[in-house]
Design a binder for this molecule. Structure first.
Ligand code: ADP
Ligand code: MG
Length: 290
């Protein structure tokens, strides 16, 4: 039978907006020694803002309009930011054959032209050469745009690190979590800058959804016998990793149903410090029960 104390722990956690799906998860939570984080929406706010538009063949407004049209059907935070920057009504009969490729970007016919809006990997796959149009190296995420096979420029969009991410990482380290890494589909420069700012041990970058699963499985295979490896994600594209983790933690409560289903613990708000709270409650409960 399950000791009564466990219910106290689960109840106490739920009052703080932390849903723990069973007493066994309380136990693994108390023993977490390593955590892999998703980036967007987990350590960063996921509120991207268009910071710069760089093009040599169109006006900035024209490039932004093409991008907004291409992104008009996507619910990705990148797409939302591009539509917001454009800010005007978009006529849906200008766009056809939209395909969103997870980890790459969008392919669509816009005003009868083949448009690709996505990262360098997407451009490489389409054999489109990314021209260097600016001396400034973008420090944000770049969305490259190609029109009918020609490189047309890029949008630089920036996200912000959540205000409590840094303190949460530090507190987790102090509480004995000895390995803290990030898995992201974003570019190396972006991932590494954030990892440095947050004092993470490593950033694995430019990962497609399937690569994230593979990287995480490598980490699972290498962990020590006493290690408990957690994954923390906001649920967009990361349900498969949440399901494989010793303890899968979904953050934000707004992720997909699939993610909430796959997770062992759900943190209802989007505050990374709640991870520290969850571990503390779990350890306290285990001390009382044993
Ligand atoms: P993360 O791992 O940071 O949560 P994703 O896996 O959702 O990011 O996306 C990884 C990368 O794929 C993005 O940084 C972007 O380059 C590209 N991408 C994904 N969706 C889109 C989109 N709708 N439009 C343009 N690029 C996209
Ligand atoms: Mg994500």
């Amino acid at each position: 039978s399950i000791p009564l104390g466990f219910f106290g722990g689960i109840g106490g956690a739920s009052k703080k907006g932390i849903l723990i799906k069973g007493s066994n998860y309380l136990e693994s939570l108390s023993k977490v020694t390593a955590i892999a984080f998703d980036k967007t929406g987990t350590l960063t706010k996921g509120n991207f803002v268009v910071h710069d538009i760089v093009t040599d063949s169109l006006s900035k407004d024209e490039l932004l309009e093409v991008a907004a049209l291409a992104e008009s059907h996507s619910s990705h935070p990148i797409a939302t930011s591009i539509r917001e920057a454009f800010g005007k009504e978009l006529s849906m009969d200008r766009i056809r054959e939209v395909q969103e490729v997870a980890g790459f970007g969008i392919s669509a016919i816009v005003d009868g032209k083949q448009v690709f809006a996505g990262n360098r990997k997407m451009m490489a796959e389409q054999n489109i050469e990314v021209k260097q149009l600016s001396e400034n190296i973008p420090i944000g995420t770049t969305i490259h745009i190609a029109i009918d096979g020609n490189y047309a420029g890029y949008l630089e969009i920036r996200d912000e690190i959540k205000s409590t991410s840094k303190a949460a990482i530090e507190d987790l380290r102090h509480s004995g979590v000895h390995s803290l890494v990030m898995l992201t589909g974003d570019a190396k420069v972006v991932g590494e800058a954030i990892a440095k700012e947050l004092n993470l041990d490593h950033a694995y970058t430019e990962l497609l959804p399937a690569d994230k699963v593979e990287k995480f499985e490598e980490m699972l295979a290498k962990r020590g016998e006493k290690d408990q490896l957690a994954f923390v994600g906001d649920g967009i594209n990361d349900a498969p990793v949440l399901a494989r983790a010793d303890i899968g933690i979904a953050m934000g409560g707004l992720g997909s149903d699939a993610a909430i289903e796959a997770a062992d613990v759900v943190i209802m708000d989007d505050d990374p410090e709640k991870l520290v709270t969850a571990i503390r409650i779990a350890r306290k409960t285990l001390r009382i029960v044993k």
